[in-house]
Design a protein around this ligand. Structure first.
Ligand code: SDX
Length: 391
């Protein structure tokens, strides 16, 4: 076996073979199963795209109708899951609530039959169907309200907005939200998908796979950046403050949220589409107070960090779209998760097809052959403040 050099963050190290999606980071190209993201955004729907990702091809009319029907049928939550959610603290982050709920599904649907296609199909349907209901239910419950039941006459995206905002969405808003889901559905072997694949490789259940991926997506270097972008734009406050802010970040070597990507060295194609969607919404429903600041940020960061390949990523403009759709800031990352469940499940299914447990190696850097030291002779390691017993 060849011994490879250590690459922090596994940069450039292939960890799998996959036929699900393709990224060309120099040309700014993203394809799902060979189809350009721009074409899917224009012509497809999220559920059709999810089918494409998970089952490897676009569905026929009959297949799509059956898939949509199954999802509609499974949207409701068991009352015990709703009861469990009622006990969550309302100050808790919705991503933590979602992770707990995804894991809890494993308690209710516990029969694990990974070699049975019907089990796989049912797990896919349940997760795609129930995750949006969970996100919307937590939002209403933390405000002290009963969750709104899903409506069978509404499509996937429209139903989520209805459950969240307690009113039927404008058709343009629903279509734009559906496109957002398509754009976020899959992105090769990103951190949360890798997490899902590692968990899947132990042959555990799909609910544990999705729960581990939700936890990974939550961090600010990954999906959590969309929430941080809005906080950053709010903190900057005006177009005049943008350049001093960017200069300060560069001087302090702090990361500017919504910019940079391990693979893309040009503007993320999803950011371009999301920016266009935001503009469509502004035209119909009015401008967002942060948009001018965002435009100036893109200009300033491109000028100052473009030579390092740092441009807007998917998380930069998505929040501006979500704000216009009435989605609260701390639900931006759960909304990302609603979409990414499709990609996680596609990789789960692919992983099961040719599974070998993930078990990489490490380069040990600690001491060896140390003698055991008696308690009286040990140096202090903990800070004094922690070493004292708490009262
Ligand atoms: C997502 O992987 C995926 O596909 C993820 C995703 C998906 O769909 O699943 O696309 C979704 O996670 C988007 C990324 C969201 N995160 C952020 O917006 C947080 C801000 N961005 C970064 O912290 C950063 O760019 C990452 C985490 C996205 C990528 O990190 P890398 O590849 O490890 O890059 P790095 O941190 O080692 O930076 C390389 C250089 C450094 O400069 P030098 O030390 O070489 O001089 O680029 C600089 C960094 O300082 N840099 C930035 C920067 N990102 C990189 N400088 C300022 N601001 C930034 N945002």
């Amino acid at each position: 076996m060849t011994v490879c050099e250590y690459r922090p963050g596994l940069e450039g190290v292939p960890a799998t073979q996959s036929s699900i999606s393709y990224v060309d980071g120099q040309a700014g190209i993203l394809e799902y199963r060979g189809i350009r993201i721009e074409d899917l955004a224009q012509h497809s729907t999220f559920l059709e795209t999810a089918y494409l990702l998970i089952w490897g091809g676009l569905p026929s009319k009959v297949e799509l109708e059956a898939f949509e029907h199954e999802i509609r049928y499974h949207r409701r939550l068991k009352y015990r899951i709703r009861d469990m959610m009622k006990c969550f603290p309302e100050s808790g982050h919705p991503m933590d609530a979602l992770q707990a709920c995804a894991a809890a599904l494993g308690l209710f649907y516990s029969r694990r039959a990974l070699d049975n296609p019907v089990y796989i199909q049912k797990a896919v349907v349940r997760l795609l169907a129930k995750i949006p209901t969970m996100v919307a239910a937590f939002q209403l419950m933390r405000k002290g309200n009963d969750p709104v039941q899903p409506r069978d006459d509404l499509g996937y995206a429209a139903n989520f907005l209805y459950m969240l905002n307690e009113r039927e969405p404008d058709p343009l808003a629903a279509r734009i939200f559906d496109i957002c889901l398509t754009l976020h559905a899959e992105h090769t072997i990103n951190a949360s998908t890798f997490s899902a694949m590692v968990t899947a490789s132990t042959l555990t259940d799909p609910y544990a796979v999705v729960a581990s991926a939700v936890g990974t997506l939550a961090g600010p270097l990954h999906g959590g950046a969309n929430e941080e972008v809005i906080d950053m734009l709010q903190q900057i406050g005006s177009v005049e403050n943008v350049r001093p802010f960017v200069d300060r970040c560069i001087a302090e070597k702090s990361k500017i949220m919504g910019f940079g990507h391990r693979v893309y060295k040009v503007k993320d194609p999803r950011a371009t589409i999301l920016q266009g969607l935001a503009e469509q919404l502004f035209e119909k429903f009015g401008q967002d107070e942060y948009y001018e600041i965002a435009l100036e940020m893109e200009q300033a960061v491109s000028e100052k960090l473009g030579h390092k390949g740092i441009y807007p990523n998917v998380d930069f403009y998505s929040g501006l779209v979500y704000r216009k759709l009435g989605i609260p800031t701390d639900l931006f990352t759960p909304v990302f998760a609603i979409a990414r469940v499709a990609g996680w499940l596609a990789h789960w299914k692919e992983q099961l097809g040719e599974n070998r447990i993930f078990r990489p190696t490490q380069i040990y850097t600690g001491p060896r052959q140390q003698g055991y030291v008696g308690i009286e002779d040990r140096p202090q390691i903990w800070d004094k403040q922690f070493a004292a017993p708490s009262v």
